[in-house]
Write a protein that binds this ligand. Structure first.
Ligand SMILES: NC(=O)C1=CN([C@@H]2O[C@H](COP(=O)(O)OP(=O)(O)OC[C@H]3O[C@@H](n4cnc5c(N)ncnc54)[C@H](OP(=O)(O)O)[C@@H]3O)[C@@H](O)[C@H]2O)C=CC1
Ligand SMILES: CC(C)=CCC[C@@H](C)[C@H]1CC=C2C3=C(CC[C@@]21C)[C@@]1(C)CC[C@H](O)C(C)(C)[C@@H]1CC3
Length: 404
């Protein structure tokens, strides 16, 4: 158990650095060796540290600004509910305004692309230090504040999965903040810097770069617009906050999810308008399924008699909650994952089919969602018992109709 966690703690950062190095190399081989191993001078930069800490501070300040709404989380073990500010979209807009002001005042945004390696390094370092502090904090937390997993007694495993469910400093919720702000907004900022750098190098950004930037901005904008929905995901309601999520949120998301744009900067790809239109259509289909499914479930969970969902067929469960068996949730058991995967395909297609590297996200994401689906299935079976079995009988496919 501890060995597996230790191996992942080495493997995940190593994979991220591998991807960053390979994306800028000529052959860009996902499975090949990196072109060189970076020395300390390529990884460490005090400027990168300063920039990273400023970024975290700025996002934390935006988080603390008055919110348009305070939302309540799920009921906790001690029957209380935490309150969360809903101002993530506001943070995105304020960041965009600040960056826009900076660029018009001559800020060389494209230079950020030269700092990706040292930035990824300080983000990883921060994730390690942060997880260590979280682990220590959990030692004095009451038992009711601990997550169901991550408390095995094996320190490495617990450090990796995270012991405390909702670590907070006063009202500042560390996990909720990290899940949506610095990493997701950082991802679109890195994409934008890559677009600006491409324009500086080649006169204008390529169509492929526009598409990747547009699609991923839509995804991040959507996540922040529907921020409240993250409160019902298993990351918030079930998983502890440890190295896996801290590294995932702070380093993995911004530096590997921007891989397609990184690839395009160093490997420009021609893209015809007709092909671009097909790719936009694929993204639109994926987005409609993803958003339609997530909104349908959220509306239903909030108010089952809402006219938008009241006509849907349901199964009653012993808990008093119901399960949808028609609409999106009658097509497969995880229609939102299907939509997300279709979008992931649309993000890679602008990079052409000559390299496997830009498809890394699609491959990794498929593995993540298949594993996540199995975990969710297990939890739902525990929660709903026979009613869940009935749902599986009526909706036999998990993610892809007639295939899986
Ligand atoms: N880009 C990325 O890296 C990642 C993106 N995601 C995305 O995040 C989103 C949220 O995913 P996730 O939190 O995993 O899971 P879901 O949003 O799919 O939530 C699963 C929960 O939904 C409820 N549910 C399941 N079936 C039904 C039904 N038929 N009727 C009503 N409720 C049902 C159950 O909870 P209950 O009954 O308690 O309400 C179940 O535990 C997804 O769109 C996913 O694609 C996720 C991970 C990574
Ligand atoms: C390999 C590794 C380090 C894995 C850690 C997993 C995390 C990267 C992901 C776990 C769940 C996530 C979610 C999103 C981003 C990736 C992580 C943190 C998410 C914020 C992306 C945007 C979506 O709209 C979302 C808000 C539904 C989603 C929530 C889950």
């Amino acid at each position: 158990m501890g060995w597996g966690a230790a191996a992942l703690m080495l493997l995940l950062p190593a994979t991220m650095f591998h991807l960053l190095l390979v994306a800028r190399s000529g052959p860009a081989r996902l499975l090949g060796l990196p072109p060189y191993l970076p020395g300390p001078e390529a990884l460490w930069s005090p400027w990168a540290l300063l920039l990273w800490l400023t970024w975290l501070g700025l996002q934390a300040a935006f988080y603390l600004l008055p919110a348009r709404k305070m939302a309540e989380g799920q009921e906790l073990k001690d029957k209380t509910r935490l309150r969360y500010p809903i101002n993530g979209f506001q943070a995105l807009v304020l960041t965009a305004l600040l960056v826009g002001l900076g660029v018009s005042a001559g800020l060389p945004l494209g230079m950020l692309t030269e700092m990706l390696l040292p930035l990824a390094f300080v983000a990883t370092l921060t994730a390690f230090i942060f997880s260590l502090l979280l682990y220590l904090k959990a030692l004095i937390a009451p038992a009711s504040a601990l997550a169901p997993g991550g408390n095995s007694g094996n320190p490495i495993y617990d450090f990796f999965l995270g012991r405390e469910l909702n670590p907070r400093i006063c009202s500042f919720d560390c996990k909720y903040f990290c899940e949506l702000r610095p990493g997701l907004i950082g991802w679109v900022l890195i994409n934008l810097a890559l677009l600006v750098q491409e324009a500086e190098l080649r006169g204008s950004p390529s169509l492929a770069m526009w598409l990747v930037n547009g699609f991923q901005l839509l995804y991040v904008g959507d996540a922040l617009w529907y921020e409240e929905a993250v409160l019902t995901t298993m990351d918030i309601t079930h998983d502890g906050f440890g190295f896996m999520l801290a590294f995932g949120d702070l380093a993995w998301v911004p530096f590997t999810y921007s891989l397609q744009a990184q690839f395009l900067l160093y490997h420009p790809q021609p893209l015809e308008l007709s092909m671009a239109s097909v790719i936009c259509l694929i993204n639109a289909v994926g987005y409609c399924i993803f958003r339609g499914a997530n909104s349908q479930k959220n509306t239903f969970r909030k108010n089952p008699s809402d006219p938008r969902v009241a006509g849907l067929e349901t199964i009653s469960t012993a808990t008093g909650r119901q399960l949808l068996v028609s609409g999106w949730w009658g097509m497969v058991r995880h229609p939102n994952y299907l939509g997300d995967l279709i979008m992931a395909l649309a993000w890679s297609l602008p990079c052409g089919v000559s390299h496997l590297l830009p498809y890394f996200y699609l491959l990794y994401f498929t593995a993540l969602l298949v594993h996540r689906e199995a975990r969710d299935e297990q939890q739902c079976l525990q929660k709903y018992g026979l009613a869940w079995r009935e749902y599986c009988r009526r909706v036999p496919y998990r993610i892809v109709p007639y295939i899986y």
